[in-house]
Design a protein around this ligand. Structure first.
Ligand SMILES: Nc1nc2c(c(=O)[nH]1)N[C@H]1C(S)=C(S)[C@@H](COP(=O)(O)O)O[C@H]1N2
Ligand SMILES: [Mo]
Length: 328
């Protein structure tokens, strides 16, 4: 029997749901009903603003501010980019719900201006800095990167961003700065998914300092030459293209330099399944599925997953001598 599906559900999502019965999928099912309850409660207490917000249409490329001149980069791939529509309608951003379409539908409630970031820990010049001031000294670059999610799908995204290393330098990290911790905004009023305990909020991620200052690592502020849509992590997110997507934390409000490896959200939620390093590695399977192949969003056939997501020439040396099965 053929059942008519809503037109907005893409075949790619259906494949996803048939293929993966993972923790994330389980969470999606269990939180879906909770989120629905949350929405009902909002209607019940007659908060028009919250209702209006959850009905805000997803941003189209045309509605977003252009970012002006961009430097191109030798790091960009020549593979074809996914469409703006793919990149902005198939997202993981659990602060807005766990279905792939939730972030586009629910993130209209996020206020990204004004925005500031706190830099703290092992730096000579700690403090809070407005996003404009953080960005001002840096030339915006276009970086067309592959993004490989731990769930075995991938995309090619034409990011706009600035090298994280250049930013960190301005705050003068001390010799104790061995790791960098990043934190997403915590505000359940703007991020309704944070009322649901799928992760220990706020979302936290981290990198070793040499990974953080590697020239491939950027802070992303746009895509397709426009400011980031909220669902993609506006106004500023991390992009680390050789690691699984969950390392690329969205909507960052705090950066802390540390002597010790930080506790990171997915690693805490499932330490056997999501490592701190999370380097893309076709030879180390997720306990419940293979990481050997991936589905590029928009294409029918699966393709081989490459070590370090195809960036091995640039980054493999960072891990010389490490057992990547142990430090997965
Ligand atoms: N704060 C926050 N950052 C996040 C996530 C999230 O749920 N919350 N999801 C991660 C995961 S699992 C992936 S694959 C990427 C997805 O980025 P995209 O939606 O822009 O493709 O964002 C990462 N950053
Ligand atoms: Mo992911």
């Amino acid at each position: 029997m053929l059942i008519k599906r809503p037109a907005r559900i893409k075949p790619s999502e259906i494949t996803d749901e048939a293929l993966y019965r993972d923790r994330r999928r389980f969470l999606e099912l269990s939180s879906k009903s909770l989120l629905a309850l949350g929405a009902a409660a909002v209607v019940g207490c007659d908060s028009n603003e919250a209702v209006a917000v959850s009905q805000a249409p997803p941003a189209s490329a045309g509605a977003l501010r252009s970012l002006g001149a961009l430097k191109s980069s030798a790091f960009s791939t020549s593979e074809p980019s996914n469409s703006f529509d793919d990149i902005s309608s198939y997202n993981n951003f659990y602060e807005f719900g766990t279905r792939k379409t939730d972030p586009a539908n629910n993130s209209g409630s996020l206020r990204t201006d004004p925005w500031s970031i706190e830099i703290e820990g092992a730096v000579e010049k700690p403090g809070r800095i407005a996003l404009e001031d953080l960005m001002k000294p840096h030339a915006l670059e276009e970086r067309i990167y592959r993004l490989r999610c731990v769930e075995a799908w991938s995309m090619v995204v034409p990011w706009v961003g600035i090298p994280l290393g250049d930013v960190l330098k301005r705050f003068k990290p001390t010799s104790n700065a061995k790791y960098v911790e990043f934190t997403t905004l915590y505000d359940p009023e703007q991020m309704p998914g944070q009322d649901i305990p799928v992760l220990d909020w706020p979302y936290v991620e981290g990198l070793r300092i040499d990974e953080a200052v590697h020239p491939l690592t950027i802070l992303g502020v746009g895509l397709y030459g426009k400011v980031l849509p909220n669902q993609c992590g506006a106004p500023i997110r991390l992009v680390v293209p050789w690691k699984y997507g969950f390392k690329s934390i969205k909507s960052i409000v705090k950066i802390r330099l540390l002597e010790r490896e930080p506790k990171t959200s997915w690693n805490v939620a499932g330490p056997r399944e999501y490592g701190f390093y999370a380097n893309v590695n076709p030879d180390v399977d997720h306990p419940r599925w293979s990481q050997n192949r991936e589905r590029r969003i928009g294409s029918l056939l699966k393709q081989k997953t490459l070590p370090f997501n195809g960036y091995a020439d640039d980054v493999a040396s960072l891990y010389r001598g490490m057992d990547l099965r142990k430090f997965f």
